[in-house]
Design a protein around this ligand. Sequence first.
Ligand SMILES: *Cc1c(COP(=O)(O)O)cnc(C)c1O
Length: 395
Amino acid sequence: MNFQEYPTDALMYITNRPEIVFTRGKGAWLYDNNDKRYLDFIQGWAVNSLGHCDDGMIAASDRQSRLLINPSPAYYNEPMARLASKLTALSAFDKVFFANSGAEANEGAIKLARKWGQKNKNGAFEIITFDHSFHGRTLATMSASGKPGWDTIFAPQVPGFPKADLNDIASVEKLITPRTVAVMLEPIQGEGGVLPATREFMQALRELTRRHNLLLIVDEVQTGCARTGEMFAYQLSGIEPDIMTLGKGIGGGYPLAALLATEAASVFVAGDQGGTYNGNPVMTAIGLEVVSRLSAPDFLAGVRERSAYLSQALLKLSADYDFQGERGEGLLRALLLGRDIGPQIVEQARLLEPAGLLINAARPNLLRFMPALNVTTDEIDQMIALLRQAIDQAV
Ligand SMILES: *Cc1c(COP(=O)(O)O)cnc(C)c1O
């Protein structure tokens, strides 16, 4: 079908989109309305951990949909309990609250920290966050985010989120006052350009927050669920935070997110937190399938192998084109271009014939790669070949 035949005019304008409609996907490939195929290294924004339309996820969704779709959040269901106990077994946390998006999970983390501050710290409510961070698009999570311009678009902001500089412990310490209740960060700033917090910084933050009796919150919406080659990115630095949020990869493409906390930080009382779809059995059954596959023996080792392969390939390409190398952890990586040519390369990559390539420029001077975690080395080779063509056409 022609693009013009789709009734896209009825959609509220929020961003510029190319004039194509995606109609199906399988594994690493997406197909558009003209049946042109695209090698997908965006995967729903680091969401489809097992690629497009995974058979195990389809079976889990089908099985649960025939049994029970929604008993209401006021009652227990089996998949929610099983997924929660799986997540606590895999992590440093004791309690789980399920949500439908990363932003909603982060809202929950902010509420939990403020509640903990009322109970334990004389009503302290300020949460120190970081410049260039991204925590979501609700009012509070936009206020927590350090994206340039976000402080004014929907002013006034939600108060209580002073900003420090990533990897600068003195900048955090300077902001601590009697009103401070927590520090919240992404272990790797994803939208900010795949900028990792260093191991030393994470350890110093844990020490600083313990010393001042503050909660440490990690937003692992992008970095969690095997993306970095560890089940959770905080494990890369050998620390244990008090609160963690998950989203994106946990649902493998379905809307599922989670707020996890230690026993001591789990201070909600009846009525504090909830939501109509939270913990519904279909989403949690799919999440259970995804997390079970990601935590199967050898899966993480495979992610690390493919990560090393992608990293080497990007370094070689960088040397050939005189770019500035690459960075990242696991299968969340960025190629540093040294010039603001990212958007042109992204455009040319999508337009390649007969097969296009989907990648993202998180910042104009870099390209971000977030393939499915089960991507093959052959698909990585194909991606690099397409990327070379796109760069040649863009510059
Ligand atoms: C994507 C993202 C969010 C927001 O998740 P949504 O599901 O889009 O609400 C929050 N934090 C981080 C680190 C993210 O990458």
